[in-house]
Design a protein around this ligand. Structure first.
Ligand code: HEC
Length: 239
């Protein structure tokens, strides 16, 4: 090998070693950090009226709906449900966040869906994919029983059997059978921090952004279109 070839080969090996070390380090998951969360508050520039709206929203978000009748500002549970309040699932590292975990250094808490599903005498079977140390999950079915595409969230639980839901006979979906036919897909809670800014981005701005990249995208055969609400025609920004 000529000296410059050896040099080039050595440099390449060095570079590969550097890159692979870098990649390995980048993949090391440190897990949730400990300490006081610094998220979940209002945007600092909100005026007094806007702060009151934020506080009211957070209040409803953290409300626990653990009775079927609506009472004491509680919006009521059921007939199908996944848990009993927004902050039950969106709680790590603070309300609006993602799923809690019993080993979290910030919100050590078992999966709250189990207690919610069994509370007050409900006859629910805890599906095998809901475990006390596992993540909060929502279940979507791939297809309906007639084979057509579904994709929707199916409530884990029914209020049937609860002492405060006399007469309700809504069956719980048969998750064991759905799992056997490979028909269940899962979602864990995405954190909602900062989504007020997304919600407040006008549709016109999003459409203008899309239009401004049209010629660059067309050269690369990249399309792009918005999902819109069937009711209002507005761009649907979440989920
Ligand atoms: C049973 C657990 C659970 C409860 C209770 C729950 N969520 Fe969620 N949330 C999820 C999951 C899981 C996702 C992700 C859904 C997906 O990707 O299909 C999600 C997604 C979202 C999103 C979309 C975020 C994005 O970036 O697109 C919003 C907004 C949201 N939830 C708000 C709420 C509000 C408001 C409540 C209370 C009324 C609530 N959630 C109650 C589990 C839950």
């Amino acid at each position: 090998m000529k000296p410059w070839n050896v040099l080039a080969a050595t440099l390449c090996i060095g570079l590969v070693a550097l890159l692979s070390t870098g990649t390995l380090q980048a993949q090391h998951d440190l897990g949730p950090r400990a300490g006081t969360p610094v998220v979940g508050g209002p945007y600092p520039t909100l005026n007094t009226a806007e702060q009151a709206i934020f506080a009211n929203g957070l209040d409803q978000f953290t409300e626990v709906n653990d009775t079927v009748p609506r009472e004491n500002g509680n919006g009521g549970l059921g007939p199908g449900f996944n848990s009993n309040g927004c902050a039950s699932c969106h709680s790590q590292p603070a309300a609006l966040g993602t799923s809690p975990s019993p080993t979290s250094p910030q919100v050590p808490q078992p999966n709250p869906e189990i207690a919610a599903g069994l509370s007050t005498g409900a006859g629910n079977i805890i599906p095998s994919f809901i475990t006390s140390s596992g993540p909060v999950r929502e279940a979507r079915f791939v297809r309906y029983s007639d084979g057509s595409l579904d994709g929707g969230v199916h409530n884990l639980f029914s209020i049937a059997g609860r002492t405060d839901a006399p007469g309700c006979r809504l069956p719980q979906p048969n998750f064991a059978a759905q799992l056997l036919s490979n028909n269940v897909i899962f979602r864990i809670p995405t954190p909602l921090f900062g989504l007020g800014l997304v919600e407040n981005t006008p549709d016109a701005v999003l459409k203008a952004n899309l239009a401004s990249t049209a010629s660059a995208r067309s050269k690369l055969n990249i399309g792009g279109s918005f999902n819109t609400s069937g009711n209002t025609g507005n761009i649907t920004k979440f989920g």
